[in-house]
Design a protein around this ligand. Structure first.
Ligand code: TXA
Ligand code: MG
Length: 331
């Protein structure tokens, strides 16, 4: 399947397309589909061969484990051991953009490669109707990383998926722009205090309110091996270098703006896109990856990025921007 280029079919999200994608998965192939966060690249989680194809198509290092997607909590409980906290969070936020990292169940049917040999597993129940229909039709867990080349910007449209993976995957279900635009929040519920491994589409405050207590976090420890192995310092990276927290624009730079007040030297910007002119973080999250891709295509020397406040979805937006700006040698 890989090696020689394959033709990637793009099908609008009809019942036929969902049935076709389920067949692709059953045959060990790769089908991209929308979720409420970003487009995912699906493979049969129980097939080591299918999972190996998925790593190859993305160019993903095999030490970086995948999230198993299922249609509901009952299916998730076949894969993982839920403590009380995990059960409460699943009840509060599933289906939705929360991924739980839990001890693997004894008879977990997931291919060893999918969890990169760890004794934990990441599970998620997406809320998008198309994702839900596909998971129900396939009726087996589906591993689905973001449908981009490893290390690149995550896809929020089917066109983004094709730009990265056309000729390397069997099909894409096309269903417009993903609603949230940032990946799920990843929380480990293994120890007494849950640990935030990746800030994401579900803000930390929503989790802390539901639990009535604080969560720990480990995702900022750039020096150590990342707690979520995919959280490498350089990730989400466009071709052009990023310059963060700008208060002025340099010659030849494109500007990724935020809010109504544009910085000094705005006239020098080769292109300007605003994450949210009214300073709304939900709108900014939805625009982040598509604006990064669009500014990257303009051929600017660098992308200057205005500061984004750290509250709410801003925590995840800033996390992605810092990784997109990180030196590439560590990828
Ligand atoms: O919103 C999302 O989560 C999207 C959509 C498609 O569902 N998926 C996604 O997958 O973002 P991916 O593969 O791009 O990111 C998954 C992250 C990686 O950083 C990986 O290292 C981490 O989850 N991960 C997976 N299994 C883990 C485990 N057992 N322990 C810690 N981290 C884990
Ligand atoms: Mg990803």
């Amino acid at each position: 399947m890989l090696g020689t280029a394959i033709v990637t079919r793009v099908l609008p999200a009809t019942a036929d397309a969902i049935a076709a994608a389920a067949r692709v998965l059953a045959d060990g192939g790769l089908a991209a589909f929308p979720t409420e966060t970003v487009y995912g690249l699906g493979a049969d989680a129980t097939s080591g061969e299918a999972v190996a194809r998925l790593y190859a198509a993305k160019g993903r290092p095999i030490f970086n484990p995948l999230i198993a997607h299922v249609a509901g909590e009952r299916d998730a409980r076949q894969l993982a051991v839920f403590n009380d906290t995990a059960g409460r969070l699943a009840a509060a936020f599933w289906p939705g953009p929360l991924t739980l990292v839990l001890p693997k169940a004894m008879d977990c049917p997931i291919a060893v490669l999918a969890t990169a040999g760890l004794d934990t597993i990441a599970v998620r129940v997406p809320a998008h109707a198309v994702a839900h229909a596909l998971l129900s039709a396939f009726n087996r867990p589906v591993v689905a990383p973001s449908a981009n080349r490893s290390g690149h910007v995550s896809p929020t449209t089917a066109a983004h998926v094709l730009a990265d993976l056309s000729g390397r995957i069997d099909m894409v279900i096309e269903a417009g722009t993903t609603e949230v635009g940032l990946e799920s929040t990843i929380l480990a519920c293994i120890d007494a205090v849950p640990t935030l491994l990746r800030p994401g589409a579900l803000p930390r405050a929503a989790i802390e309110n539901a639990l009535g207590s604080r969560v720990a976090d480990s995702y900022r420890n750039e020096e150590d091996a990342p707690a979520a192995p995919g959280m490498l310092a350089s990730h989400y990276a466009p071709r052009a270098p990023l310059r963060l927290d700008v208060t002025d624009v340099g010659a030849g730079e494109a500007l990724l703006a935020f809010g109504p007040d544009l910085p000094f030297g705005i006239g020098r910007a080769t292109h300007v896109l605003n994450l949210s002119a009214r300073g709304d973080l939900v709108e900014a999250a939805a625009n982040l990856f598509s604006h990064l891709r669009a500014l990257d295509r303009c051929g600017a020397n660098a992308i200057a990025v205005m500061p984004v406040p750290e509250q709410g979805l801003g925590e995840a937006i800033n996390d992605r921007l810092r990784r997109a700006a990180a030196p590439r040698s560590t990828r």
